[in-house]
Design a protein around this ligand. Structure first.
Ligand SMILES: [Zn+2]
Length: 587
């Protein structure tokens, strides 16, 4: 939130949302608003609107909306402070220096900055080794053999860690203290306390964080050295479970295409990216971590998993499936056919069969349930006991399908494919579903509910009728006129804002609303409307009063019918007369 008087508030006052959004979206003037194609969901006709006066945007298609900061946060996938900085930069507003932090914080920040810088230098070192040393030449030959030419080596920043054992150490020692070198994970200490290079005689793959800074290395042995792959350890700037390889370069394409291809290793990611599929990331290791999924989830909810076809890859696929489904991802699985008699990972497949063939198979990748059924069919299905093992293998996945109809369709298919009796399977399934139900979160209903024209009009006036906002708010408040309406919460927020005497700020009023109410409010604010007048406000109020009286009359009538003769009934009859008189007078 941009607090009044804060830097963020100042930026918001000065920034022009139309100009900022215009850098990302082609906007056209349309009435009082600007419209364009929504950058947050695919569409062919514009349903995305920017309001130059209220300084808000809203998409009538997907419902996203907010102020200039929420727009930039969503586009750049960044946090609020970064969005403020970005908007300030775009608008040429000078950014104040950050406040002095605590000494510990400052020290940690300095250390992190030094580690990032050290990794940058290590990357320069490794690249140079590959380019211009005799050892590097052998490594280049190896890479060439794997189909990686000079263009690919440069594009992905592939390097080489020499066999000497202290090349990098000597390079870095001039600038960094020993303690920091060890902290970086680039250098290790032996039993005698001597330092040496962690990576020796290995191809290096630079692992960048989301913003493109190298924070770690993944290294493959050139010869038969073990382990085949050796990675950076966890450091203050790198946590394996928080990083996806190639994410920094893939995120734009992932957002644009609204899906990601997930592979296992660097070589796979590079091969797939070179095949023209830039929305690819690698989990770097066989198990996908929950944080990695959350990271991916900020860009898309759709993923094609293409892990290695070996046993380890298969079980990694199945583990990843579970995690992805738990996080509500739409998952497909690409299981590549063997090349000759060799099981094919994406790298090998693309080298042997070409990019086009891979792209074709990627497009046809089946939903994960198909993949799982195929896996279950490979199991022994000869006895009842064997079949029940196959069902138990499938059930945990099927029960994660949120949609009941879809789940039921899959049950039928599983029964057919595994030649099971459907009722038996369904019984198992509903038991599993019942267990799942307790965990189910209710999705907020995103469809804006109908608000009557009178309500819409009054809401609009509370937002922009500068000359009588305050009076109108008071009126509505005193007569309790909006209680029980579908728009009650919106009224409540706007009445409070109106009574405050502050100028109206759409996003501030919306901050206290649930998403569906926020959405409805923004829709109303974007409607074409004539200049409001107090006379019109009064007639809207009358209409509300009329409706209220009608409702009360219905209630009183019900009470009358239910109540025995006595003083209570007499009061009800009196009230009925009053209400009827009032309604008749209004006609
Ligand atoms: Zn949209």
């Amino acid at each position: 939130m941009a607090e009044a008087g804060s830097f963020a508030d100042r930026v918001k006052q000065q920034a022009d949302i139309v100009r900022v959004v215009g850098e990302y979206v082609r906007l056209k003037k349309s009435g009082q608003n600007f419209t364009g194609l929504c950058p947050f969901h695919g569409e062919k006709t514009p349903s995305f609107a920017v309001h130059p006066v209220k300084q808000i945007f809203h998409c009538f298609g997907c419902g996203k909306g907010g102020d200039v900061f929420s727009f930039v946060m969503e586009m750049e996938k960044c946090q609020f402070p970064d969005a403020v900085r970005i908007v300030a930069e775009k608008c040429g507003i000078a950014i104040p220096r950050p406040k002095e932090r605590s000494p510990e914080e400052r020290k940690e920040n300095q250390q992190r900055a030094a580690l990032v810088e050290m990794h940058r230098e290590a990357q320069v070192f490794f690249v140079k080794q590959l380019e211009s040393t005799a050892e590097g030449k052998a490594a280049r030959a190896y890479l060439e053999d794997r189909g990686l030419n000079a263009e690919a080596i440069a594009r992905f920043g592939i390097g080489y860690a020499p066999s000497g054992g202290d090349g990098l150490l000597r390079y870095l020692k001039q600038k960094y203290p020993e303690k920091l070198l060890v902290e970086s994970g680039l250098v290790s200490r032996d039993q005698n306390g001597r330092l040496f290079d962690r990576f020796r005689r290995r191809i290096t793959f630079a692992i960048a964080n989301e913003s493109g800074k190298v924070v770690a290395f993944g290294c493959r042995a050139l010869g038969d050295d073990l382990p085949k792959y050796l990675n950076s350890p966890e450091t203050p700037i790198y946590s394996k479970s928080n990083v996806l390889y190639h994410m920094d370069r893939a995120k734009e394409a992932i957002r644009r295409q609204d899906f990601a291809v997930l592979v296992e290793g660097y070589m796979d990611a590079i091969a797939v990216a070179r095949a023209g599929i830039t929305n690819v990331v690698a989990s770097c290791g066989t198990s996908l971590a929950e944080q990695q999924i959350k990271l991916l989830g900020r860009f898309t909810r759709r993923v094609v998993v293409n892990y290695d076809p070996d046993a380890a890859g298969q079980s990694a696929t199945e583990r990843s499936l579970s995690l992805l489904l738990e996080q509500d991802f739409d998952v497909r699985v690409l299981a590549l056919p063997p090349v000759g008699d060799k099981k094919a990972d994406p790298d090998l497949f693309i080298r042997e069969r070409g990019a086009e063939e891979y792209q074709k198979l990627l497009k046809e990748a089946p939903p994960y349930v198909d993949y799982l059924i195929a896996r279950a069919r490979q199991m022994d299905l000869s006895s009842g006991e064997a079949k029940s093992r196959a069902v138990n293998f499938l059930l945990p996945y099927v029960q994660k399908i949120p949609n009941r109809i879809l789940r039921s369709e899959w049950a039928t298919r599983i029964a057919q494919q595994l030649r099971l009796e459907e009722p038996v399977l369904r019984a198992a399934l509903s038991k599993a579903a019942a267990e799942r139900r307790s965990e189910l979160k209710l999705q907020p209903e995103l469809v804006g509910r109908a608000a009557k024209p009178v309500e819409r009009r009054l809401i609009r006036m509370l937002a922009e009728a500068e000359s009588f906002r305050h009076e109108l708010a008071q009126h509505l408040q005193n007569a309790r006129l909006y209680h029980g309406l579908a728009t009650e919460k919106i009224f409540a927020a706007l009445v409070i804002a109106g009574l405050s005497g502050q100028p109206f700020q759409a996003t501030e009023a919306a901050a206290v609303l649930e998403e569906r109410d926020r959405r409805l409010l923004f829709e109303i604010l974007f409607e074409e409307a004539s200049e409001p007048s107090w006379e019109e406000a009064l007639s809207c109020i009358e209409a509300l009063q009329h409706r209220q009286a009608e409702q009360e009359l219905a209630e009183v009538q019900r009470d009358i019918e239910a109540s025995p003769a006595g003083p209570a009934l007499r009061d009800l009859l009196t009230r009925k007369q009053e209400l009827m008189r009032r309604l008749a007078a209004a006609r």
